[in-house]
Ligand binder design. Sequence first.
Ligand SMILES: [Zn+2]
Length: 140
Amino acid sequence: MVDSLTTEQRREMMSKIRSKNTVPEMTVRKYLYSRGFRYRLHDKKLPGKPDVVLPKYKTAIFVQGCFWHAHEGCKYHRIPKSNTDYWLKKIGNNISRDQLNQQTLRNLGWKVVVVWECELRKDATATCMELERQIRSNLQ
Ligand SMILES: [Zn+2]
């Protein structure tokens, strides 16, 4: 699937995926806002610049693309068959960085929640409701 793209198309796709304020991220933000949550975005002071930070709940949320962050067992996480070494290294670095950032956040007393893009694509409402449940349980 990804392999059929030209270099140019792939670059464009990647740049979209990598940017802030992606559609999945906006979905989560809109939902949380509509449910009365107030948050900070892309907090540079925290490891990994979490996409959404809820100080009251001491919760940091990462909305992650399945390809870039290697969602295990997910059909969107497939290493391209060309330049395989490059992608393995690149994605491998992302995984290490994610793990380090999330562990550091936990050590600082933050709860970390990861929302995967494929879950939002499949059922945004259910995914957001589950997220809300997790956030609220973090207050206890
Ligand atoms: Zn996925």
